[in-house]
Ligand binder design. Structure first.
Ligand SMILES: Cc1ncc(C[n+]2csc(CCOP(=O)(O)OP(=O)(O)O)c2C)c(N)n1
Length: 614
């Protein structure tokens, strides 16, 4: 049977055993081809092809519920649940999402994107099922990387004492995006290498079962006491002691072995944790050899595994390089990351200053409070983090950093719309950071400015957040100067002033060019300090104001300007351009900007409309 004949668990069950491997190969080839064209999460998906097929054979996900943690490994699930025809549109604007989406398919039980949520969601579903007297099984698939996140332990703690019927599949490949970190990761490694017991158990079980007459009864006795025997072989039993029936570790790339274990687990009337060991990138040598580079990748060449085009100058790389410079000059400078060393450009720093980089795992709350501790201890921590993931650390920002006015600098990467869509957009940061007492919020529109802002942050005595998008749109147009928290007039004009921050500075400059052709003369300001606002500039501009931000309008930059104008008796902004409502778009940045009216052409059009309607 081929992929195009499969539309759900029932079809996967009909695949003859001897055709399972070729089905896995077909899915794998399709994933490689599609990600090579569209970009996406590659290595994680290649590692879970067999696991997904086995899950669909053992369970029926037209009624049973499957929750993928992070959800970046759900491509095979999409292929097996009626979405193979649309798979070429994966991650494209208007196409299939790169993550599970309930709106997209009834087979997607729970939307994910951020790590470590699946066990909590599974506990909730299992409780809902029991209260409603329903019978379906709930399965959460969680990676060992996601298991570094605190929410997992809150959920395990809750579920383990509840005797809920649910299954957690721990997909252990030893990797987060980079090599996994921390004590639990070390524990899992010991479990994997304590495999001697599992081999012994298999041999003894097989031997007993084969004994005539006494075999079966002896096997049952063995089965009952095996957990206590296992203590002798496997020293530690984290999951058992948390109240989970632990099964494993098993080969997670062996469909048949997994299928029979899942079928066994299904019979158990208690929380079960199945520890499966997969290989990240399995079946594609480039991804097996470079699982970090090919964890998430832009379009790439299948032969070499290398990106098809040179990526635009990266703000992350500039942040990483500057941090090395600052660390060289100032022994107090340290870096903190929550499992995003590569994504935030800290690889070079990790090599140059391994003792001064702290990768805490996918633990943003801990990262923020730990950084506050570092600052309280006299160091100058820079926390490099994506805007969307810092949402996790909101109370920590307030309670641990801002209330104590500790000098932690947040390097907030991927501010703005994300190709990955709604779970990953960095569009709330401007609003949520600006509410925090004493937090200076800066938006960098170029690498040069970012570097200057980082140096400036070291001169302050309180918390600073520097936000920036992925690419440096202004490039060499921006000069490196000592940063002062003032707005810069980049272009004079007499009809209106476009006040833009971050990546919107480029769009505003281009919009002003377009408007010039229509005889509308707009000034453009780089409103690099969003909190506090540049009060002097605002009082002096004396033109109709148009704010432009790649973030939610409610509580954001435009709102702050509006409030300032009301307080000062100045005219309110003529236009406030930004994002409203749920931003459910994904894919190509240019298309998203245009859909939300934030590309240069749309900005110019809105200014024209405003002029006409005045
Ligand atoms: C809260 C949060 N922080 C960071 C990330 C970025 N991220 C996506 S996948 C990933 C690694 C996940 O590792 P694991 O769960 O082991 O899955 P694998 O890719 O190894 O299969 C990280 C850090 C995220 N999705 N959510």
């Amino acid at each position: 049977m081929h992929l195009d004949e499969i539309h759900g668990s029932a079809d996967v069950k009909r695949v003859p055993k001897e055709e399972l491997d070729s089905l896995a190969e077909e899915a794998r080839a399709r994933i490689i081809r599609t990600v090579a064209q569209n970009g996406g999460h590659l290595a994680s998906n290649l590692g879970t092809v067999e696991l997904t097929i086995a899950l669909h054979r053992a369970f029926d996900f037209s009624t049973d519920r499957l929750i993928w943690d992070v959800g970046h490994q759900c491509y095979t699930h999409k292929l097996l649940t009626g979405r193979q025809a649309a798979f070429d549109t994966l991650r494209r604007f208007g196409g299939l999402a790169g993550f599970p989406r309930r709106e997209e398919s009834a087979s997607d039980t729970f939307d994910t994107g951020h790590a470590s949520t699946a066990i909590s969601a599974a506990v909730g579903l299992a409780r809902a099922r029991d209260l409603k007297g329903e019978a379906y099984q709930v399965v959460a698939v969680v990676g060992d990387g996601a298991l570094t996140g605190g929410m997992c332990y809150e959920a395990l703690n809750d579920a383990g004492s509840s005797m809920l019927r649910m299954i957690v599949v721990l997909n252990d490949n030893g990797m987060s995006i980079s090599r996994n970190v921390g004590a639990v990761s070390g524990y899992l490694t010991r479990m994997r290498s304590g495999k001697g017991w599992f081999d012994a158990k298999r041999r003894v079980s097989g031997f007993l079962k084969r004994l005539p007459l006494v075999g079966q009864p002896l096997y049952r006795v063995f089965h009952r006491v095996k957990n206590s025997i296992r203590n002798i072989f496997v020293q530690d039993r984290l999951f058992d002691s948390l109240g989970f029936h632990y099964l494993g570790p098993v080969d997670g790339n062996d469909i048949r072995g997994l299928e029979s274990l899942f079928k066994r687990a299904k019979q158990l009337d208690e929380p079960v944790l199945i520890h499966v060991v997969t290989q990240k990138g399995h079946g594609y040598s480039q991804a097996e050899d470079h699982p970090t580079r090919l964890h998430g990748t832009p379009p790439f060449d299948v032969d070499t595994g290398r990106p098809l085009s040179q990526s635009a100058a990266s703000m992350s790389a500039a942040a990483g390089e500057m941090l090395c410079t600052l660390a060289r000059e100032d022994a107090r400078v340290v870096a903190v990351t929550a499992a995003m060393t590569a994504g935030t450009g800290l690889r070079g720093f990790a090599e140059a200053y391994p003792q001064r980089l702290f990768d805490v795992g996918i633990a943003e709350e801990h990262a923020v409070t730990m950084a506050a501790g570092l600052a309280a201890g006299g160091l100058r921590p820079f926390v490099a983090i994506y805007d969307t993931f810092l949402q996790r650390g909101y109370d920590q920002l307030l309670h641990d950093v801002c209330l104590q006015r500790l000098p932690v600098c947040f390097l907030i990467d991927r501010a703005g719309l994300s190709e990955d869509g709604q779970t990953h957009h960095g569009i709330y940061g401007m609003a949520y950071l600006s509410q925090l007492p004493g937090m200076t919020v800066l938006c960098a529109s170029s690498r040069a400015q970012l570097r200057a802002m980082m140096r400036y942050a070291l001169t302050t005595t309180g918390p600073v957040a520097i936000r920036y998008g992925k690419a440096d749109g202004r490039g060499s147009a921006a000069e490196e100067q000592a940063y002062a928290p003032r707005w810069q007039c980049l272009r004079a004009g007499k009809d209106a002033a476009l006040l833009a921050c971050g990546a919107m500075v480029c769009e505003a400059l281009a919009a002003a060019e377009l408007l010039q052709k229509q005889q509308i003369d707009c000034a453009v300001y780089d409103a690099s300090c969003v909190c506090p606002l540049d009060a002097e500039a605002l009082k002096q501009i004396r033109l109709p104001l148009i704010t432009v931000e790649e973030g939610v309008l409610a509580g954001g930059f435009g709102s702050a300007v509006c409030r300032f104008c009301a307080e000062q008796g100045l005219p309110a902004p003529a236009l406030m351009l930004g994002l409203t409502g749920l931003c459910a778009t994904q894919g190509e940045r240019a298309k998203q900007l245009s859909a939300h009216g934030l590309d240069a052409a749309s900005i110019a059009q809105k200014v024209l409309n405003w002029r006409k309607n005045r």
